[in-house]
Ligand binder design. Sequence first.
Ligand code: SAH
Length: 349
Amino acid sequence: MKDLLSMTLPDLITYMEGIGEKKFRAGQVYDWLHRRCASSYDQMTNIPKTLKEKMAADLTFAYPTVRTMQESRLDGTRKYLFRLSDGNYIESVLMKYHHGNTVCISSQCGCRMGCKFCASTLLGLTRNLTAGEMLSQVYAIQKDTGERVSNVVVMGTGEPLDNYDNLVTFLRMISDPDGLHISERNLTVSTCGLIPGIELLRDENLSINLALSLHAPNDKLRKTIMPIARAYSLKELIPALKDYYAVNKRRLTFEYSLIRGVNDTDECAQELADLIRGMNALVNLIPVNPVRETGMKEPSRTDVLIFQKKLEKYGINVTIRREMGRDIDGACGQLRKRYSDSETENDNL
Ligand code: SAH
């Protein structure tokens, strides 16, 4: 059965014509789903009951439900835990900035990339999310807050380029003028560096932002914390990013999670500057979020500032990620992991 929320407008038109319905019904249903964020057939008041029954029989339409939500008292950041139709859990985060509301979505249920500092990968990959499941994270949050979402970052659980086709369908649908119409320039995909995916994305004619999770300035160190570095070296990755920039002209972001005693030395700062010098890029420093299972610690505030100053001295654009929702924190993936663990324990009772 096809998944209704993942169907593009042309898909819906084909479906309607196939069951002998008028084409305009596709537009009406699409509008309910992707502009008005309807989460059930009941809400589609201008669609005949018989058609809704036919669709319910032919298509799956399972909206994720909010299992829990934590809201920061400091800055209004909200962390949502959604339960999917098959019982799996995913996390999404809403961050309120001056320039608008940003939602950070998950692209997979779990992750198989195995980065040593990350909680999302501890349980491995369960499955890919559909385009509809990615969209519905944004829709559900927009509905919950009643405020427009203006930016989406694919930086939650999962490796987006490991779920390439669904990711691209999602990006096209979220920026579709017939849907929420979030500007492509306000969409960001974060990857640990799957070069074939970067190359495909380069040629999609999408003006989206790319963020590369670098975390180490050389392969030797990178291999110790990111298994993907064994498959793709920086010697191949940096040119792939330069090619991406040459086509799409959006400033690149390098994410660099600072881990005490691992990648926060003066030599690392210098090597990092040498690696990316001359690129139109921003380094985003993130003091690593400690996860019990990983044993990795963040540097002191002073050491983070020293690392930043060092990069600036070498002429690199650098920011320190503003830490949102400190009071509800717990690294990405920890909420999901806690619930997945406890549900499993409950199942065993
Ligand atoms: N798989 C993608 C996107 C998801 S992770 C990627 O690798 O980019 C989003 C970002 O958070 C990545 O830069 C990731 O390396 C980083 N990250 C994961 N766990 C972290 C932690 N405990 N502390 C700080 N950053 C972390």
